[in-house]
Design a protein around this ligand. Structure first.
Ligand code: SF4
Length: 392
């Protein structure tokens, strides 16, 4: 089946996201230097079986009321039944996005197969320009050229795409060029992500490629402005808003993420068990849990900051390495609305995406599905299901 494209609309209305996320497995054919998964044993990188994936998708759609889903990896396009899983999502009214390095979409037939399966859009990781991509990937040949061929194929097929870029020392001087590339190729959105020292990185005090916020900010500010000039939505993830004065409307910490339609619903992400869309208060409490789960802390200067109730602060490893001198508190009474700044951003949204679930009745069985992810634990990879390979 193909999916009728949803007309995009630009909006300043901030509603809780209706997007779920499903990790299909952690296998990948490149080895990005900042990847979380490199230290995960290969025994735990099996692909999620199709039956398990479709059960999770049914629960996202019919229990949590999600309308979109992101497929994560590893590299999801390597899943041997990725197309079947994408097709199931599309069939039940859960518009599918694949998060990918994109290189396998350089084959036009493979890209077209996703169109036939009902893909909504792709989120393509573009971490640099030219040779920088292969250097960051650590594996592969003609990486950047294949990514460009993939984007051209998606344009040929009329499939929308967005960019993710993880900002590290290696690519800071290329952020503006990535913004220009987004404009040239027609990406709708660019997400600029700080490197997050989560999971296996948490205990490493010196990470060679990690960049300070104050080193990133000048390049990033110009890249945001270039995106805006090109009509491309620019988002910054996990950087305290005070690091980008004048551009706070683009900045999303864990408190703002639930109000980005392209981000993940904490409810289905963690299989939290709230049937249907939760309230803003629920999302506020979920944001606090996320802040604690990923070890964000407020530094002394945050104590006098109006934004503290809705800002993550800095990650603990970051503070241990560099301290908190970069914090610049906002004056005034406490701000408790997480959308305080981001409601000033014109943002890509979609016409209501069929909240009733393409006319089908809710299957009773959907409510009895077991959890879709591992339980949340401090030492665990919360929200990511490691799939163990079965013994031969
Ligand atoms: S709470 Fe701290 S990190 Fe967040 S904006 Fe305020 S000063 Fe910056």
């Amino acid at each position: 089946m193909t999916t009728t494209p949803l007309p995009p609309v630009w909006s300043t209305q901030r509603q809780p996201t209706r997007r779920g996320v499903l990790w299909l497995g952690l296998r990948c054919d490149v080895r990005c230097k900042f990847c979380y998964d490199e230290l995960v044993s290969s025994r735990e990188k099996a692909w999620m079986p199709v039956g398990e994936a479709t059960a999770a998708l049914d629960k996202f759609r019919h229990f949590y009321g999600n309308e979109f889903v992101d497929f994560m990896g590893g590299e999801p396009t390597l899943h041997p039944q990725a197309l079947d899983i994408v097709a199931h999502a599309a069939r039940i009214g859960l518009r599918p996005t694949v998060i990918t390095h994109g290189m396998h979409l350089a084959a036009l037939d493979r890209a077209r197969a996703y169109v036939e399966a009902g893909i909504h859009d792709f989120l393509v990781s573009i971490h640099g320009i030219g040779d920088t991509v292969a250097e960051i990937h650590g594996r592969g040949r003609d990486n950047f050229a294949r990514q460009m061929a993939a984007l051209d194929n998606l344009n040929t097929l009329g499939v929308p795409f967005r960019f993710n870029v993880t900002m590290i020392r290696d690519n800071l001087t290329e952020l503006e060029a990535i913004a220009d590339l987004a404009g040239e190729k027609g990406a709708r959105v660019v997400n600029f992500l700080t490197f997050n020292p989560y999971f296996e990185w948490t205990a490493q005090p010196e990470i060679e490629f990690q960049a300070r916020h104050s080193d990133i900010a000048p390049y990033l500010a110009r890249a945001i402005d270039r995106c805006t000039a090109h009509g491309v939505e620019a988002n910054v993830r996990y950087m305290p808003p005070c690091q980008l004065p004048g551009r706070e409307a683009h900045v999303y910490t864990g408190y703002q993420l639930p109000y980005d339609p392209h981000e993940w619903d904490y409810n289905s992400w963690y299989d939290a068990g709230h049937e249907g869309p939760p309230s803003p208060q629920w999302y506020g409490e979920a944001s606090q849990r996320q802040q604690q789960r990923h070890h964000y802390v407020h530094v002394p200067a945050c104590g006098g900051c109006a934004l503290q109730p809705v800002c993550d602060g800095f990650q603990a490893q970051y503070v241990a390495r560099w301290g908190g001198d970069e914090a610049v508190p906002y004056a005034g009474p406490p701000i408790t609305d997480p959308t305080h700044f981001i409601q000033g951003q014109r943002k890509l949204s979609y016409q209501q995406a069929d909240p009733a679930g393409d006319g089908t009745a809710e299957p009773a069985a959907a409510k009895t599905h077991v959890g879709t992810h591992l339980p949340v634990g401090d030492d665990g990879r919360a929200g990511v299901k490691r799939v163990r390979a079965t013994a031969p």
